[in-house]
Design a protein around this ligand. Structure first.
Ligand code: SF4
Ligand SMILES: [Zn+2]
Ligand SMILES: [Zn+2]
Length: 314
């Protein structure tokens, strides 16, 4: 099959767009979509510090490379990369290595925040202590917390996350299925400033995971292919399957889920419901509940809550 824009061989089909693209034109549309999302999510951002969350996997690696390209002509924008090491044996150390290789190549300052140092425990340790809870529950909460605190400590005005279209469509569906309307409003990308949180943007929001992967493969960006040993227990897996099936039978469903979130958010905001969080009574960080989930999980994992304030947000 030929590319829809030239005569080269296509490497990806895009049923939702009704075309096929070669590597060159995939790269072009990836950057076009990143640019559009950056304009939309962070309009008129021309100076300040931008922190990019870098796990070392394909999504965050592409996000860092694209963010650097997007701001290439803006010497007034400073870029930093932040990696959270949650303490997952046999997995995270390799992704941290890939993250280092990429930041060295791009010349981007890189900070690694270790959960062990910042919150006194690790995902592996908590998984042992809390066998009844899927590890992604506390791991994700702690990572968001650590990213936010590290971005704030770097004086970041923006926190760039590597969520792709599939990730976000799954999150929308998960929140709808749980009737978590508040979370639908607060999920990334942020629609408005939320007190205590560095505004989050997700420039890959309209790019399917498969296209991110093919783009990363084709350009030789260093990234780690490994999968977290805890991923199998994630509740998200069911939603991944459902979204994939829906997209297969009705191409464009993922984009529609994102539009659904926007439509609901606009309705709620028009009624005065901003979804803005309050403050955790224990650590003082942004939280929609009296005690944030980072503190709850940490307490459940049998750790003292003291010292959490230096490290992060829900
Ligand atoms: S898959 Fe789950 S446990 Fe593993 S790093 Fe991601 S959130 Fe953490
Ligand atoms: Zn082409
Ligand atoms: Zn707290």
């Amino acid at each position: 099959m030929d590319c829809a824009r030239c005569r080269s061989e296509a490497i990806v089909d895009r049923p939702y767009a009704g075309d096929h693209l070669c590597q060159t034109h995939l790269g072009q549309t990836v950057f076009d979509r990143v640019r559009r999302e950056m304009h939309r999510q962070a309009p008129k951002f021309t100076r300040g510090t931008v922190a990019v969350a870098l796990s070392g996997g394909k999504d965050s690696a592409v996000t860092l490379a694209m963010t650097q390209r997007y701001f290439a002509r803006r010497p007034t924008v400073r870029l930093v990369a932040i990696t959270v090491d949650e303490g997952i044996a046999g997995y995270r150390s390799k992704t941290v290595e890939s993250a280092r290789a990429l930041t060295d190549r791009l010349g981007v300052p890189h900070t690694v925040v270790r959960a062990r140092d910042a919150i006194g425990t690790t995902t592996d340790e908590a998984a042992q202590r809390l066998p009844g809870i899927a590890p992604c529950s506390f791991c994700g909460v702690w990572r968001r917390r650590l990213l936010n605190t590290a971005a704030r400590e770097a004086s970041a005005d923006l926190l760039v996350l590597g969520f792709n279209l599939d990730d976000l469509a799954q999150t929308v569906l998960m929140n709808l299925a749980r009737a978590e309307v508040g979370r639908l409003l607060r999920m990334s990308p942020h629609r408005s400033r939320q007190p205590g949180l560095v505004p989050r943007v997700a420039p890959l929001a309209t790019i399917p995971e498969r296209e991110v992967y093919l783009y990363a493969q084709g350009t030789g960006i260093p990234f780690d292919h490994g999968e977290c040993p805890h991923a199998g227990a994630a509740e998200r897996n069911v939603f991944r399957e459902v979204v994939w099936r829906l997209e297969e039978s009705r191409p464009g469903t993922r984009h529609a889920l994102l539009r659904t979130r926007e439509a609901i958010a606009e309705l709620l905001e028009a009624q005065g419901g901003s979804g803005a969080p309050g403050v955790c009574g224990v650590c003082g960080e942004a939280s929609a509940r009296p005690v944030c989930r980072a503190c709850v999980y940490r307490r459940e994992a049998g750790r003292a809550v003291m010292g959490l304030g230096t490290s992060g947000a829900t």
